[in-house]
Ligand binder design. Structure first.
Ligand SMILES: Nc1ncnc2c1ncn2[C@@H]1O[C@H](COP(=O)(O)OP(=O)(O)O)[C@@H](O)[C@H]1O
Ligand SMILES: [Mg+2]
Length: 290
């Protein structure tokens, strides 16, 4: 039987700061979306291979996001599927692993002066559209060589934030990057939402401040907050599941954090449905600097 053609939504998961939950949220959200019958591809664009390691996939010896970005291999030949026998990926989550070779991307670009850095993901993503419900681009900390092509090709950005002392300034920087990407590379790019995660219960002052900042600053031009109302609690179950190379939904499906990700996945899809009916209003400079 022919594969069904899917309406692929490409999501860049960002925030230039490391350790703010980008990779965790990408994997868990993909896991919760899988429970809703969706198929996701995670492209690990981070040289430190957070998603690849959390999914217990190889960081060496396999095609990686480096071959995908450089066009050395067709995009579909860089994917590890959940049917692969040597790597036990969660159901309906496929992965393009990353590798240390991403460090050579600068050299590659210098040797290929006709290639345009910001366009590196266009052809690979075009080849993959129709095969997945969601393609998540898990970006590295810092604005490295892979974040720019990710923001160029994405339909939406999702930001991740964790309560700590640097969270607010990191988010402000991430928002101005989205505005810059809209201006210089991708007019269609819209911020779909901000996930606030690893929230201690009861909420600390820092967590309350972060939530208030996101609610006030991350708004669309109509003034609606872009913060996802579902917040993800801080819990050791996140690390425990990661150690097993599983999603929390697989590892302990009745855990409250698993339920939070289910609720988040519903909110995420409801938002996408609403935007399909009403095109997004882009962020403006005034909005992000309010
Ligand atoms: N809800 C949570 N509760 C506890 N720890 C978390 C939670 N979410 C993420 N973490 C931990 O925080 C660290 C950073 O998360 P990660 O997703 O790797 O961030 P990033 O991809 O932004 O660098 C990891 O050790 C991860 O296990
Ligand atoms: Mg990461």
């Amino acid at each position: 039987m022919a594969e069904k053609i899917r309406n692929t939504v490409v999501i860049a998961v960002g925030n230039q700061k490391g350790g703010v939950g980008k990779t965790t949220n990408t994997i868990q959200l993909a896991g919760a979306l899988a429970e809703r019958g969706r198929r996701s591809l995670i492209i690990d664009l981070d040289m430190t291979s957070g998603a690849t390691k959390a999914l217990r996939a190889p960081t060496e010896g396999w095609n990686s996001s480096f071959e995908l970005l450089t066009g050395a291999e067709n995009a579909e030949d860089t994917i590890i599927t959940s049917e692969e026998s040597e790597v036990a990926l969660p159901p309906n989550i496929h992965l393009v692993p990353s590798s240390r070779k991403l460090a050579e991307l600068d050299t590659f670009l210098a040797l290929n002066p006709w290639l345009i850095h910001q366009d590196l993901l266009i052809e690979p993503i075009n080849r993959l559209r129709g095969k997945y419900d969601y393609v998540f681009l898990d970006t590295p900390p810092q604005k490295t060589k892979t974040t720019i092509p990710a923001l160029k090709v994405a339909d939406f950005a999702v930001l991740s934030a964790m309560p700590d002392h640097l969270a607010v300034s990191a988010l402000a920087e991430a928002l101005s990057d989205i505005v810059a990407a809209q201006r210089h590379a991708n007019e269609r790019l819209a911020l779909l939402g901000v996930i606030v995660c690893a929230v201690p219960r009861p909420k600390t002052r820092l967590a309350r401040e972060l939530v208030a900042y996101v609610e006030r600053t991350c708004v669309d031009a109509a003034g609606h907050t872009l913060k996802f109302s579902t917040e993800i609690s801080r819990s050791v179950v996140v690390q425990e599941a990661q150690k097993m190379g599983q999603t929390i939904l697989q590892y302990q499906g009745d855990h409250p954090v698993a339920d939070e990700y289910r609720t988040l996945a519903k909110e995420f899809e409801d938002r996408l449905t609403a935007l399909r009916q009403r095109p997004p209003i882009p962020l403006t400079e005034e909005v992000t600097h309010a």
